[in-house]
Write a protein that binds this ligand. Sequence first.
Ligand SMILES: *[C@@H]1O[C@H](CO)[C@@H](O)[C@H](O)[C@H]1NC(C)=O
Ligand SMILES: *[C@@H]1O[C@H](CO)[C@@H](O)[C@H](O)[C@H]1NC(C)=O
Ligand SMILES: *[C@@H]1O[C@H](CO)[C@@H](O)[C@H](O)[C@H]1NC(C)=O
Ligand SMILES: *[C@@H]1O[C@H](CO)[C@@H](O)[C@H](O)[C@H]1NC(C)=O
Length: 222
Amino acid sequence: MRFTSAVFFSGLLAAVSAHFQLQYPPPRGDFVEDDEPTFCDGYANAVSNRTVFPTTGGKISINSEHPQWTLGGIIATVQNPDSFDNFKANNAFQYVVPFFKTSGEGGFCFPLDLAAQNISGVQDGANVTIQLIFDGGDGQLYQCADLTLSDSATVPDSVSCTNATDAAVTPVSTGVATATATSPASSTASASATQTSNAASAKNVMGLFGAAGVLAAIAAML
Ligand SMILES: *[C@@H]1O[C@H](CO)[C@@H](O)[C@H](O)[C@H]1NC(C)=O
Ligand SMILES: *[C@@H]1O[C@H](CO)[C@@H](O)[C@H](O)[C@H]1NC(C)=O
Ligand SMILES: *[C@@H]1O[C@H](CO)[C@@H](O)[C@H](O)[C@H]1NC(C)=O
Ligand SMILES: *[C@@H]1O[C@H](CO)[C@@H](O)[C@H](O)[C@H]1NC(C)=O
């Protein structure tokens, strides 16, 4: 229900902003359009009712409200990640979804094999948080899901997993802006402030793992 009304609302505002909704695994709380340009859609703390998520054979499902967009995902392995720094190890973001570019409004769902990525602390029984970063052309938007990983879990059949189009997916070297990404404490920061950071962030991510690394990781994922 809430996604329907969110889509309706942002349809009215489409000229000024595009948004996305994380549909599976469920986000920290109800979608808050105005807070989406900030850390975890404005939700500063992890929830206690975590989603039990498969260590192997997971899926991510989103709804895009923009025809052209970029998506990436990072992971934190601490109990209550409340800052972008919690999604880093050795000063680099821990990517579970290397940034890719595609097109199409509506559903987009893809496999996520966390175990294959060999990230320290990502294992059966661990509490982790995944943060999705979406850019529909007017700045980065963030949604988080708090998970407990399980080797025996599977994605429930009730989860809608469809792609609205079969548009091609292309790896890109854009990413999180470390210096300018807004913290939970300043959740009123505007989308335009985030947008100005994109040129700088492209450089950041190239520095983190380079274009070749992105390509290899995407190839392994898709
Ligand atoms: C956690 O509980 C809240 C309040 O009942 C609910 O809105 C939210 O959808 C739940 N989250 C998950 C991941 O189950
Ligand atoms: C995971 O989080 C839940 C809910 O916050 C908590 O009860 C549990 O002890 C945590 N498990 C671990 C391994 O930290
Ligand atoms: C993960 O570790 C396994 C076993 O050491 C190795 O075979 C595999 O190539 C590694 N995968 C990545 C993505 O580093
Ligand atoms: C959606 O497209 C992506 C990228 O091509 C692909 O990995 C994924 O399997 C597709 N999802 C479905 C449900 O077909």
